[in-house]
Design a protein around this ligand. Structure first.
Ligand SMILES: Cc1cc2nc3c(=O)[nH]c(=O)nc-3n(C[C@H](O)[C@H](O)[C@H](O)COP(=O)(O)O)c2cc1C
Length: 249
């Protein structure tokens, strides 16, 4: 088994790693940003594929990764994990429908703290976030046992899930993730040009000379927003309310 993931702020990485290690302590994980990921996928039969849900949809970088590397998934058994702050409807289904000739073993939806740090909506306390992470860990334990018993979770894979994801979010927000964006917005009064955002960006979208500037390759992952020491970057909102990173829990 191999865990393959995209994770803006660490939630999905944690969930995929916890899942595969409980299933098989010798199994390992690899990010879709790692140049060796395709070769690693080719060498395994069972793939646990994880990503965060954005507006009941796939992050553009995840969508493109699947489409551009379709061949390496042929014949694989894929178990999908989608993390979300509150609701996705068919978070796992969005990827399941993209994999052409793979066998979908199951799907797992996990609620984790919200990574959108420039909006006050869905913000919960440190204690509540910790509780949410513990609940996700418990659900992963159950999901691993069920997969071993050949009775895997099928979260997000039904037609009912698909209709609810479409009607409650995807239809209204489809432009949000259908292309890469000219984001983040960088406050040049706050930016010190330290270059951390540029180093962390998964799409190499941020350039720093004296101050940082962004181009049009943003996948909305919020890694830069949550890591900037000056809180100088925003994506959907106008002010950073508090920075979220899984590693702080
Ligand atoms: C642009 C964006 C859109 C999001 N949309 C949703 C959503 O529709 N529903 C939801 O429950 N959470 C949503 N979230 C929250 C993330 O899915 C959630 O925090 C996820 O666990 C982050 O995972 P990561 O740390 O691996 O990046 C969104 C986050 C971002 C950045």
């Amino acid at each position: 088994m191999l865990g393959v993931y995209f994770s803006g702020t660490g939630n999905t990485k944690y969930c995929v790693e916890t899942f595969v290690r409980q299933f098989d302590p010798s199994a390992y994980i690899v990010s879709i940003e790692d140049p060796s990921v395709v070769d690693k996928i080719k060498s395994q039969d069972i793939i646990v594929f994880g990503y965060p849900v954005y507006f009941s949809n796939l992050p553009k970088i995840v969508h493109d990764f699947i489409v551009n590397n379709q061949k390496c998934f042929y014949g694989k058994k894929i178990y999908i994990i989608a993390t979300m702050a509150f609701f996705s409807g068919d978070g796992t289904g969005c990827a399941a429908r993209l994999f052409d000739s793979a066998h979908i073993l199951g799907g797992l939806h996990l609620r984790m703290p919200d990574s959108i740090s420039d909006s006050p909506i869905l913000k919960t306390s440190y204690k509540a976030n910790k509780k949410m992470i513990n609940r996700a860990k418990e659900k992963i334990g159950i999901a691993v046992s069920r997969l071993k018993e050949n009775n895997p979770h099928k979260d997000g894979l039904s037609i009912f899930n698909r209709v609810s994801g479409l009607l409650l979010q995807r239809l209204w927000f489809r432009n949000a993730v259908s292309s890469y964006k000219k984001k983040p917005v960088i406050n040049t009064n706050k930016c010190t040009g330290c270059g951390l955002c540029s180093k962390l960006c998964p799409t190499k979208n941020i350039f720093v000379e004296e101050k940082a500037i962004s181009h049009d390759r943003c996948t909305l992952c919020y890694r830069c927003v949550n890591n900037c020491p000056e809180k100088a970057l925003t994506v959907l909102g106008e002010k950073v309310y508090g920075q979220y990173l899984f590693k702080n829990f």
